[in-house]
Structure formats: structure tokens, C-alpha cells
Design a binder for this molecule. Sequence first.
Ligand code: ACO
Length: 334
Amino acid sequence: MYNSKITGLGFYVPDNVVTNDDLSKMMDTNNEWIIERTGIEERRWIPEGSEDTTAVMGAKAARIAIERSGLTKDDIDFIVFATLSPDYYFPGSGVQVQDMLDMPTIGAIDIRNQCSGFVYALSTADQFIKTGMYKNILVIGSEFHSSGLDKTTRGRGVSVLFGDGAGACVLSQTEDKSKGILSTHLHSEGKYADKLIVSSPSSTKWFPELVATEGKDLSYYPHMDGTFVFKHAIVRFSQAIMEGLSANNLTVDDLDMFIPHQANLRISQFVQHKFKLSDDQIYSNIMKYGNTTAASIIIALTEAWEKGKIKDDDLIVLAAFGSGFTWGSAVIRW
Ligand code: ACO
């Protein structure tokens, strides 16, 4: 058995900044409401005519991560791609990255776990490395949300929250059992699937139905019971952190950096106050990017690392909660 550790990090977001004031021109909303309820000041949305897609952004982030790992694309043994907004209904985005990066015919899988997608992807990659099956795995989280949002007043409870972007890391085998991913913890509770859902396209209800309703079928847009999700998020985030720490006989005092999925600044602040974390022990960037779902943790981790906030031997906990419901955590010794 081996451990796996992150050897390269990268992220990519589109240049196009969409402020809260920009949104107030599209729907009945305002900067004050969005900042007070979510902390979000702006997000990146892929502009019309751009070459960017979920797979393209994932490939851009991946190139940076591979370069920083000191490896080449030919050293990568496997791809794990997390997204809820793939370019195609099928095939998944992982195989597109294999092609875009001109990689050998290595395996690629997509992970469909929404906001918990990156934690699930990291955990999946970790298992392949621990068993010795692979040495270097490319793990990607990427989302193109802006094309699928209802940007009218009808959809304002959801559309102001989400942004586009991608992050990636290279996970590599190490024999040092004291370093890298110490443990991961994954959960789901499918009875709440309809609390945060995009129910179409669906194999039970295919495109002819959309055409028949002249595009007025709202099931193609995200639906969220925001207050319900919020209440569960604060409970599950706390459980995910404690589960990860206690599995390693650690406490909150040992924590150097907590990187939560960036769903809502209020959720992160609740967790921060509950565990009495200092501002240096938690990283938030939702203000700039909104909720980028499967990309959010890896974008935040990369940005924190680029700013020198993550040092050798630091104890880092990643935790996420989202649609499914799914939640999970990863405990990492850097
Ligand atoms: N601008 C202005 N007013 C708005 C907006 C908007 N963008 N959106 C909603 N409102 C109005 C509502 O219509 C409502 O008005 P009413 O009282 O007259 O009916 C009022 O503001 C309050 O709406 P709520 O939905 O109750 O607002 P709340 O304080 O719950 O905040 C929010 C909403 C931000 C969505 C919050 O519930 C939340 O963050 N939930 C959790 C999100 C989350 O964690 N998601 C999981 C990850 S995402 C994933 O997995 C894909």
C-alpha cells in the first residue's frame, strides 16, 4: 500500500467577469441582496462565441497542473473528471481531455457528484494509487454553468450563485505514509435528490418533450430548495470535518487550512465560527468566482497554494456538501 500526494495544481477561469450589477440588468435582483445572502461579488461566465467548454477549461487547468508537477502528459496513467455540466450527455469529459492533451490511450472516468464531485474524484484517484494500480492520476473538476441557468427573475434564486471555471491536480504515488491524502470520507442521502436537481434531459423524458413544450419546460433549469439545502449543508459540513479529523486522531487545533466547497460565504462563516477557526485557517474565494461546483475546492486549493498559504507539513481538510445530497471530506498532510 502507498499514499498519494498532490504534486501539481492548476486552475483556469474565463476572463469574462459578471458583476452583481450586471445581473440586475437581466433580472430583478441587486448587489446588496446577493452579497448579504451569499457573499458573492462577481463570477466568471463564458462569453458567447468563446472556445471554452467544460472539457476545454478542464484541459487548460490540467496542462498547468501537469507542468507544475514536473511530469509530462505521457507520465499520467489515468484521468478522473468531476462535473455536473459535461459537454455531452455522453461520452464524459474525461475522454475529451485525453484527446485534447494528446495523451496515450489511458483510462478516463467521469464523476457525477455535483458540489462533492472533487472530493469524490480525489478519493477515487487515491484508491487507485494506494493499491499500486496507478502512479500518477490527473484529477479535474470543471463546470460550465452559465449556459444552463434561467437568467430571468424566475431563476434568480439559483442563477446568481453559479460561476464557470476549472481546476486540476496531479495525484502521485509516494512511499512516505505520513504525507499526502491521509483519509477520505464519502456520503450520500438520495431521498433529498429533488431538493437540488436538474431533472432534464433524462432517459425517462427525452428531447422531443422539450420541443413539444416549446422550451418552456423548467425541468431543464436547476431547481433548488435553497433554505432546505442550507440547513443540511451546515450540519453535513461540520460532520464531514469531524469525521475526517477523528479518523486520524486529530482535532480542530491541528488544522492548518480548511478549504470548504464554495457554496455560500454564510455557510463557510457558520462553520468557521462553530469550530472557532481563525481567518488564516479557512480559505474562501466565492466572492470572486461564485459557486463553481466540482471545480470550487480545487480552484480554492490552487489559489491558496499560489498565495503561499499552504506550506510543507500543513494539515489540510477539504469538505463539500451538495446535490444528491452528497457530502464528504479529505484529510491531507501537505
Ligand atoms: N435577488 C433578490 N431577491 C431574491 C433573489 C435574488 N437573486 N433570490 C431570491 N430572492 C428573494 C426570494 O424570492 C424571497 O422573497 P420572498 O420572501 O418575497 O419570497 C427572498 O429573497 C428570500 O429567499 P430565500 O430563498 O429564502 O433566501 P435565503 O436567505 O434562503 O438565501 C440562498 C437563498 C442564497 C440560495 C441560500 O438558501 C443558500 O445558499 N442555500 C444553500 C445553497 C447550497 O449550499 N447549495 C449546495 C451546493 S450547490 C450544488 O450542489 C450544485
